[in-house]
Write a protein that binds this ligand. Sequence first.
Ligand code: NAD
Length: 261
Amino acid sequence: MFLKGKSAIVTGSTSGIGLAYAKALAAEGANVLINGFGDAAAIEKERAALAETSGGKALYDAADMTKPDQIAAMVARAEAEFGAVDIVISNAGIQHVAPIDEFPLEKWDAILAINLSSTFHLMRAAIPGMKQRKWGRIISTASAHSLVASPNKSAYVTAKHGLAGLTKTAALEVATHGITVNCISPGYVWTPLVENQIPDTMKTRGLTREQVINDVLLDAQPTKQFVLPEQVAALALFLCRDEAAQITGANYSIDGGWTAE
Ligand code: NAD
């Protein structure tokens, strides 16, 4: 349990990739604060299971990633209740699929806020404590869409490209403080986020469900397989190790070869 005594925040961890990160961190003994929306009883079950797994503390915080004051309060709460925030995984994200000239303004604003600005606010709140303790790991879930574009995903592609730039900037700023800052760029991972965009893609491209899965989603991935949330979490766990102390400012693809093409 190499993370015993360390404490982590994972945003957007009530489901999908974020929950896999939280489970992986807890399995290595970390205290974990989970965040995101969903059914209260289901979230409490996950929280209790994380505490059981780690043998440490597990908290749930409902901070809305569109609200900078709630993000700062969440970091302050974790520092108070855990005694430190050593690891921040900025993972909350949403998607909306539509051409630019039909893209709803409120979706543009929400995607930029949740998928990009929340990471800035998390960094801003967590870096001072990490600097004091001379150790920190900041990891964001970017996307293959931080490196390449797809039509009808203007806000998402913009936010994820921005996240890759923010990662590099932050890495340079904290490079001498024992803090590393990296992002992970998955291709298509089988989670509710992908499931939920299938109907919109069917509509905008006039395709059946099977065509969207095989000809749109998996078409991009040379391996013809979805990435698994646990595979993304395993990479994040490696970045938390002391062996990864010289990995910073990097953007790791885990996309079945998508961005190699
Ligand atoms: P998901 O829908 O399963 O999980 C998203 C999480 O974010 C949930 O916990 C949800 O409650 C939370 N969330 C949404 N809005 C929020 C808000 N305003 N405040 C706080 N939490 C909020 O999706 P996922 O596929 O696990 O996505 C996680 C991350 O991975 C996202 O950043 C996404 O862009 C990225 N990603 C996903 C894929 C994929 O194929 N699934 C690929 C590349 C990158």
